[in-house]
Design a protein around this ligand. Structure first.
Ligand code: NCD
Ligand code: ZN
Length: 357
């Protein structure tokens, strides 16, 4: 795609954005990564794929307490204290509809995540057949709780690059036919098929898009050798798909909003014979998105994508306050060491053109 950067724009100020899909983990890793997300965003949808997964309201509220405690210990790093974690439950074959009512009543749980069993990191407890979950989905439909979908089939016979497109036909369309009032977020879409589906489908559907799927195509994983820090799920796709995501994200269509899918793993597990899936982008998320929108000549569309469309879909108010980014060159750190390990941020060692003030 042609680079449409408008160099006359030197800074951009937008309402404080939210991250509608992030993994902050637990324990020492949580302490280390949470301040990065809290510095950039007002709120974030916290993914529940811990080990064991967060499947009950009680577990989600306990997890929230650990997040709040981690925030308190990081206070004074600006903005950090005002950050709000929006909790989710992990859907399993055995969840009961009562759990949805408990979650709704808590006022702190905002969605339920559907991982097809075996689709990605820590998804072994995921759903084996969505039909088993219909009573739960009916309860969600009734109380207006969104279902967040990891949209990939897990059939090993299906090519990994086709799993999202096949999912639309095999799972998404039947699900939405059977539950027409259910709010659905197609998480971290990676294909033109998904962008087209979300654009054209009837009913209450939206999609999150990561910064890395806007910036890179699958060549990035193999440039000069195997580069595991560019390996995530759903995996990066061909250039034509990246371009379709750019068009969707910059279109002004309210159905598309920001979800980083920042997914930290220890360096040892990424630089490994069987590397874990996940890109760490919480450190520099808004700068990465600014780069993608700038290249598309669409910086004026970033605020709606990052700060307006998500809260509207989730029936939440926009954040108060703003963030400002300036056109400024800086180098992403190669490693982020902490007491329990090392995280390698996406693009470590490379130059960035935007800096969050
Ligand atoms: C995520 C993780 O590591 O938890 N990995 C990833 O590649 N995105 C899981 C997920 O969201 O699929
Ligand atoms: Zn994720």
């Amino acid at each position: 795609m042609q680079n449409c950067t408008d160099n006359t724009i030197q800074s951009i100020t937008i309402i404080r954005p939210d991250d509608w899909h992030v993994h902050v983990r637990d324990g020492a890793m949580l302490q280390h990564v949470l301040p990065h997300t809290a510095r950039q965003f007002g709120r974030a949808i916290i993914m529940p794929n811990l080990k064991p997964p967060v499947t009950t309201t009680a577990q989600a509220l306990a997890y929230r307490e650990r997040i709040v405690a981690a925030l308190l210990s990081a206070i004074d790093k600006d903005g950090v204290s005002k950050f709000q974690p929006l909790m989710t439950l992990y859907l399993t074959d055995n969840m009961s509809p009562d759990e949805i009512h408990r979650a709704k009543e808590s006022g702190l749980i905002h969605a339920v995540k559907f991982y097809p069993a075996g689709a990605t990191t820590n998804s072994d407890a995921g759903v084996t057949a969505l039909r088993r979950c219909y009573p739960v989905l009916e309860a969600m439909q009734e109380v207006g709780m969104p279902l967040l979908v990891h949209g990939e089939v897990t059939d090993p016979a299906i090519d990994i690059f086709d799993r999202e497109a096949v999912f639309i036909e095999k799972v998404m369309q039947p699900l939405r036919r059977d539950m027409p009032e259910l709010k659905v977020v197609f998480e971290h879409i990676t294909t033109k098929d998904a962008a087209q589906y979300v654009t054209e489908a009837d009913g209450r559907i939206a999609a999150t898009i990561t910064a890395h799927h806007l910036l890179y195509n699958r060549n990035e994983i193999f440039k000069g050798g195997m580069r595991p820090h560019y390996y995530c799920l759903p995996v990066l796709k061909r250039e034509e798909h990246r371009q379709a995501l750019i068009v969707a994200a910059t279109s002004g269509n309210e159905r598309f909003f920001l979800g980083t899918d920042s997914a930290p793993h220890d360096k040892n597990l990424k630089e490994h014979a069987c590397a874990c899936a996940g890109c760490y982008t919480a450190l520099h998320a808004m700068e990465l998105y600014a780069e993608a929108f700038d290249q598309a000549g669409a910086l004026d569309k970033l605020e709606a994508f990052a700060s307006f469309n998500g809260p509207k879909f989730y029936d939440l108010p926009r954040n108060v306050g703003t963030i400002t980014m300036r056109r400024e060159n800086w180098i992403v750190p190669v490693e982020l060491p902490f007491n329990a390990g090392v995280i390698v941020p996406l693009n470590g060692g490379a130059g960035m053109n935007w800096k969050l003030l």
